[in-house]
Design a binder for this molecule. Sequence first.
Ligand SMILES: Nc1ncnc2c1ncn2[C@@H]1O[C@H](COP(=O)(O)OP(=O)(O)O)[C@@H](O)[C@H]1O
Ligand code: SF4
Ligand SMILES: [Mg+2]
Length: 457
Amino acid sequence: MPICSTSLRRASPSIRRVSFGATRILPVWKGFPLSGAQQTVVSNPNPLLEVEDLVVHYPVKTSFLQRLFSREKLSVHAVDGVSLTLRSGEILGLVGESGCGKTTVGRAILKLVEPTSGMIRFEGIDVTRAKEADFRSLRRRIQIIFQDPHASLNPAMPIGRAIGHPLKIHGLASNDREVRDNVLRVMREVGLTPEEQLFDKYPGDLSGGQKQRAVIARAIILKPRLIVADEPVAMLDMSVRARVLELMLDLKTKYDLTYVFITHDLATARFLCDRIAIMYLGRIVEFGPVKRIYESPKHPYTRALLNAIPIPDPKRRAPKILPRGEVPDAVYPPAGCRFHPRCPAVLTTCGWEGRDFIDYLEERRLNPEKVQRDEEILGPLDEWWARGFQAGRKIGEEDATQLIEHVRSILTEAQPQMNQAVRDVSIRDRQITVEFHDPDLLGPKEVEGRLVECLLY
Ligand SMILES: Nc1ncnc2c1ncn2[C@@H]1O[C@H](COP(=O)(O)OP(=O)(O)O)[C@@H](O)[C@H]1O
Ligand code: SF4
Ligand SMILES: [Mg+2]
């Protein structure tokens, strides 16, 4: 993570450090903390926030013709069974590549998106079922900071008015003087100085860092308990990122805040968070104390992500082993373990399905030694279909015995785990079908002090 080479301080009155004092200086080298974030013991064991089996599916808009020909209702599986608890005073990181569902979880916590199912409880109150009127008082205690400070501010509203606006909406100030005094105070606290001069400036007059400070000021003016910070420094210049993070830590101490910190950046998460949840395609795959996960990641995806962090030491530079392929489409998440098409440690029972076989056929067509014979015997790729755990093709007058033998033979050249996952290759009613076994059931398991969702454990 590109935070600048400076020292960042973190402290919290509600958190008892295990191995450090109340305040700690973390050195960073070109943005990378040289030592891991500390494990914390939180003095209040009651969760501030509980998320249980949260599911958020966004419906996909389809054309009239598509609806006419298909009864299937398509949806983006943005979040698919996320559970977590957040203790008062901690910083919980939601970490993962773009599109894995981090923002959706954050927005669901604030009731900015309606969950498809699941439960979110804040301070013991069921947010998911709370009526809008009941949620209003909660909304003051949960605030969100978005990635883009420019889009978060009304360009036609002076900064001072924007920061004071929530006080008016929630009726928390009796007159304009009180609003102004409060605004000037928080502007000083977030470093928006000289505050009297900046009060009447418009967002367009401020730098990116100043705008994000204004957004932070607007969030803390209501004295919230929980702040969901969605990639709060991702759009800022490198030079100001560290200072904004440092500000967030200072405010956490001052206001006794709890953060859900959303980031795709593992170095920032390591520096800032107490615990992290690594997300992949709508699921949490590893969840636990930062120190443990960074020192000894268990899930193959976490390992791949951590491998991809540049090491700030030319002598220790190791080859980067990134997962092969791209993140699959969240409209059609893979069966079994969603990471299985990319997993370097994949097992026979991880969820092999029809489309993996088609992908394998495609891969073979890129090989000049195999393409011709495959085309002759297996026919055109676009005639192959995949449905769930089966793949197949209608066959014409060709030699069925030769076809089935060739399919069996190419399976022996595939990844052994895929070959062993095949239940049957058969020809019935002029249709060849390759069928895979059902995957093993997958759920989070406790592994060395963290939860991991992987069949290796
Ligand atoms: N309003 C929406 N409508 C449809 N799909 C959405 C919407 N918002 C997000 N998505 C999709 O949901 C998935 C998760 O998105 P998001 O929560 O923004 O992930 P992240 O914050 O990790 O990048 C992505 O596939 C994204 O394209
Ligand atoms: S369950 Fe584990 S081993 Fe299997 S594909 Fe998923 S991450 Fe890899
Ligand atoms: Mg996001």
